[in-house]
Design a protein around this ligand. Structure first.
Ligand SMILES: [Zn+2]
Length: 227
C-alpha cells in the first residue's frame, strides 16, 4: 500500500500486487502505473476552456473512463480482425492506425497506451496520426521502452514474408486477453527519430519519476505537428 495520490483520479491509496507496471493499481479507478504515467503527462494539455477533439486508440479501461469524464469530445477505436475499417461492432469502431479512415486534421490530441509495439509498420502508423492531427496537434503515448538502448526489431520482411529475428513475444490487452497480442519490436530512445521522420517536431521522452508509482512509472512520448 502506498499513499501516493493516483495521477489519474487523485485517490490516496495505491496497491502493488505484482512487481511490474500492471501490478501497481489505484484502488478507486483501477488505473495501472502505465495509465497513471500517461494521465500525469496529459492532464495539463486537457486543462483548456476549448473543447478538444481527442482520439484514443482503445475503447475501454481506466484511461478511457478518465477521458470521458472531461468535457472534451472523445473518439475511441480498436483494431478488430473481422470488421471493416471505420465500421462498428458492438458499439466499438474498428480502425487500423496504419490506414485511418478519418479526414486530415480531425483531432487536437491522439493518445495510446502500449499500442505501437503491436503495429506491423509503426512508422506508417505515426504518419497516419500526423495526418489526422490538426496543426499544433499532439501525439501523446506510451510503449514499453528501454531508456538505455535503441529499438530492437523482433521481425523482418523477407520477400514479402515476415520472419522472426528474435523469438515471438506476446503481450496482453483488455480486449484480447493475456498473451494474445503479437509484439513486433522493443522500443528504445530512437523512437523519437521515427516520429521526426514523419514530420513531428518538439519530440520528447518524459521519463518517469523513480520515486513514484513504486518505481514502475512508464516513459511518455510526445510529438507535435507544427502549424
Ligand atoms: Zn485513480
Amino acid at each position: 500500500m502506498s499513499f501516493d495520490s493516483c495521477k489519474l483520479c487523485g485517490w490516496k491509496f495505491q496497491i502493488k500486487t505484482h512487481d511490474n507496471e500492471m501490478g501497481v493499481r489505484c484502488t478507486r479507478c483501477g488505473s495501472s502505473a502505465v495509465t497513471q504515467s500517461l494521465g500525469q503527462v496529459i492532464r495539463p494539455h486537457l486543462q483548456t476552456e476549448h473543447q478538444l477533439r481527442i482520439y484514443e486508440l482503445s475503447s475501454r479501461g481506466a484511461f478511457v473512463r478518465y477521458l470521458q469524464s472531461t468535457h472534451h469530445e472523445i473518439t475511441l477505436s480498436e483494431y478488430l480482425n473481422d470488421v471493416p475499417l471505420g465500421s462498428c461492432k458492438d458499439g466499438v469502431m474498428c480502425q487500423d492506425v496504419q490506414c485511418l479512415t478519418f479526414d486530415d486534421e480531425s483531432f487536437d490530441i491522439c493518445t495510446s497506451l502500449e499500442v505501437f509495439e503491436h503495429v506491423e509498420d509503426d512508422v506508417k502508423g505515426f504518419r497516419e496520426v500526423h495526418r489526422v492531427l490538426k496543426p499544433a496537434g499532439k501525439i501523446i503515448f506510451t510503449v514499453p521502452m528501454n531508456l538505455n538502448a535503441n529499438t530492437i526489431e523482433r521481425t523482418k520482411l523477407v520477400n514479402g514474408q515476415r520472419e522472426q529475428i528474435l523469438p515471438p513475444e506476446y503481450h496482453s490487452d483488455n480486449l484480447r486477453g493475456v498473451g494474445k497480442v503479437f509484439c513486433y519490436r522493443n522500443y528504445g530512445l530512437d523512437i523519437v527519430d521515427r516520429l521526426q521522420s514523419v514530420g513531428f517536431s518538439n519530440c520528447e521522452i518524459i521519463k518517469p519519476n523513480p520515486n513514484e508509482l513504486f518505481g514502475f512509472g512508464r516513459a511518455v512520448i510526445i510529438g507535435e505537428k507544427l502549424i
